[in-house]
Design a protein around this ligand. Structure first.
Ligand SMILES: Cc1cc2nc3c(=O)[nH]c(=O)nc-3n(C[C@H](O)[C@H](O)[C@H](O)COP(=O)(O)O)c2cc1C
Length: 191
């Protein structure tokens, strides 16, 4: 499948199948982050892959899902993520301005995962002090965000954004994601 088709299919996934992800695939996902664009090629990011059962249970407690509809977006029992990538910044390399690198690395990982049929959710609502303790993250590293991974057990739908950017779940549990129309964001040649 081409990259544009993957992008059309990609949605944030918060319900996952109880099927483990092979280590090799997890390595490829972080390998895609490794090769992402990096400002001045400073490469300030490092990654912790979490696939240990006990740590996964603890980490899940440190994350907040789909704030607009909480708690309806929480992974349900039996549908929790199968692995996580915790994205760290080495503050000795960069203290600020690393966010662009994070964005590029995260999208590389998200699309690589999807190419393997794996869904993901990028999370910034993270209880950082708890995760630092749980994963024994030393100074001078800081946690930027977390990527939750697993084979999808839901299929959120894109719809045209009308008056609200809030995603929502209908009574059948279908997740809806409003997106702005192309002609409301694109300008050719002049504004
Ligand atoms: C920087 C960033 C932080 C996000 N943090 C969270 C989060 O903490 N929890 C969550 O459930 N989703 C989070 N998301 C996912 C967004 O809610 C999601 O991308 C948005 O609703 C659009 O849906 P889509 O990804 O399916 O297009 C985050 C996305 C981004 C880009």
């Amino acid at each position: 499948m081409g990259v544009y088709d993957l992008i059309l299919r990609r949605r944030s996934i918060r319900q996952f199948e109880p099927r483990p992800i092979e280590r090799q695939i997890l390595e490829n996902i972080v390998g895609a982050a490794r090769l992402a664009p990096s400002a001045a090629n400073l490469q300030p990011l490092e990654f912790i892959v979490v696939d240990d059962e006990t740590l996964k249970k603890e980490l899940l407690r440190c994350l907040k899902w789909a704030a607009y509809i909480a708690p309806l977006g929480n992974p349900e029992p039996g549908h929790e993520p199968q692995a996580y990538v915790v994205t760290l910044v080495d503050c000795r390399v960069r203290e600020k301005g690393y966010e662009y690198d994070v964005g590029a690395a995260m999208e590389n990982m998200i699309l690589t995962a999807l190419g393997e049929g794996i869904g993901s959710c990028w999370l910034i609502s993270v209880d950082r002090p708890r995760v630092i303790e749980l994963l024994k993250i030393p100074e001078p590293y800081k946690i930027d965000c977390v990527l939750a991974l697993g084979y999808p057990a839901e299929q959120p739908k894109v719809e045209e954004l009308r008056d609200s950017c809030r995603y929502w779940k209908d009574p059948d549990g279908q997740f809806h994601v409003p997106k702005r129309k192309l002609d409301s964001i694109v300008h050719f040649n002049r504004f």
